[in-house]
Design a protein around this ligand. Structure first.
Ligand SMILES: *Cc1c(COP(=O)(O)O)cnc(C)c1O
Length: 376
């Protein structure tokens, strides 16, 4: 079986975990948590990092930190993980959707303005499969309407975006907004098993995020609570793995980019398939290698994925749109709303094996199998 993903844990992970065990520091009070926060924030280029127990919690914590209130609205793409919507709903905030650009599968920024209402407080761009969102459009809307921006860069750690709005500079994903959130789940660029982080340059947002993560304890009056938080803390064990993973992040990204080059070259020989774009305004990190079938082949992703599985090739489907989630429709959200580009991607897109240990000869097998199955 060629796995869709794999891990690389051969750095200092074991050594740092042993230090946790040997010193007895395993809870969130241990020293690796602060170290991971500081080192990851410095990698992204942001002042504050607040480590939490997963990426979903990071999104909720970031929204809380921005000070959203019951009834506020947050604009996000329809093509994303449900975590983005859940984070809003838990805080009594309404998610509002826009469709995606077909080429990059990231939010279509030109559709945002029509969705802005007096209740809109936040735009939540989600960088998809390693590719940055077209942020310039978001920067100008955020300035025009005084909206906060929360970036979800769970899939784009290390990716960069070339911003004309910011004077033609390359900006790093996670550092382009008021606040950002990421995940260190096992399939992300670097992992802590489960984990996440909130990043911001704003001192007050950082303080609010730290408070929310830790039950809103007050520093000055410990058991006196004026707001309700969560226990979203990251343990020292997780952070120890994170510090070791972060030491290797540049190498991990190089591997992904090289793999993408190899895939692009091989896949260009196949008819009826479209693959990840390489745009001049983006340095994608190709978190996974995504492809989309030409509808003229008259075959949906599901069918092709099942055939690949039979030949031992692991794949994963694309997201289903948030508007197509029964659990959200049950809350009267997005009922009868249409996001055709999201539906198209959900039907025809999937991603190929993209693990850090994948070899070029395995990619050859993946692409040859795909080619045969599409011709059959
Ligand atoms: C993985 C992911 C998350 C959620 O992270 P968890 O750690 O699994 O909670 C959020 N947003 C995006 C875009 C993701 O890919």
């Amino acid at each position: 079986m060629i796995l869709v993903n794999d891990l690389f844990l051969e750095g200092n992970e074991k050594k740092y975990l042993e230090q946790c065990i040997n010193t007895g520091w395993i809870s969130s009070e241990g020293p690796f948590v602060r170290r991971f926060e500081e080192e990851f924030a410095s990698f992204v280029g942001v002042r504050h990092g607040i480590a939490v127990c997963n990426g979903t919690a990071a999104l909720e914590t970031a929204l809380f930190a921005l000070g959203v209130k019951n009834g506020d609205e947050v604009i996000m793409p329809s093509f994303t993980i449900i975590s983005c919507a859940i984070a809003c709903i838990r805080l009594g905030v309404k998610p509002v959707l826009v469709d995606i650009e077909p080429e990059t599968w990231t939010m279509d920024v030109s559709q945002i303005e029509a969705k802005i209402s007096p209740r809109t407080k936040v735009i939540m761009p989600v960088h998809i499969y390693g590719h940055p969102v077209n942020m310039d459009g978001i920067f100008s809307l955020s300035a025009k309407y005084h909206l906060k921006v929360l970036e979800d860069f769970a899939e784009a750690q290390g990716a960069e975006y070339h911003s004309e709005y910011s004077g033609g500079k390359w900006l790093k994903c996670g550092a382009m907004s008021d606040i950002s959130a990421t995940s260190f789940y096992a399939n992300k660029i670097i992992t802590t098993g489960e984990g996440g982080m909130v990043l911001t340059n704003n001192d007050e947002s950082a303080r609010r995020a730290r408070s929310y993560r830790n039950l809103c304890f007050k520093e000055e009056k410990r058991f006196h609570h004026t707001e309700l938080g969560y226990n979203f803390r990251m343990s020292n064990l997780q952070a120890a793995v994170g510090v070791a993973q972060l030491e290797q992040i540049e190498r991990f990204i190089k591997i992904k980019v090289k793999l993408a080059d190899y895939y692009r070259n091989k896949l260009s020989q196949i008819k009826g398939i479209r693959f990840m774009p390489a745009k001049p305004c983006a340095k994608s990190i190709y978190w996974v290698y995504a492809v989309e079938l030409d509808p003229r082949l008259k075959v949906e992703a599901e069918v092709v994925m099942a055939k690949l599985k039979k030949h031992g090739v692991g794949t994963r489907p694309f997201f289903k749109g948030l508007h197509a989630q029964p659990a959200l429709n049950d809350l009267s959200l997005f009922v009868n709303e249409k996001y055709p580009c999201t539906d198209f991607a959900a039907d025809y897109g999937f991603y190929l094996p993209s693990g850090l240990k994948l070899t070029e000869s395995q990619v050859d097998i993946v692409v040859d199998t795909l080619k045969k199955e599409l011709a059959a």
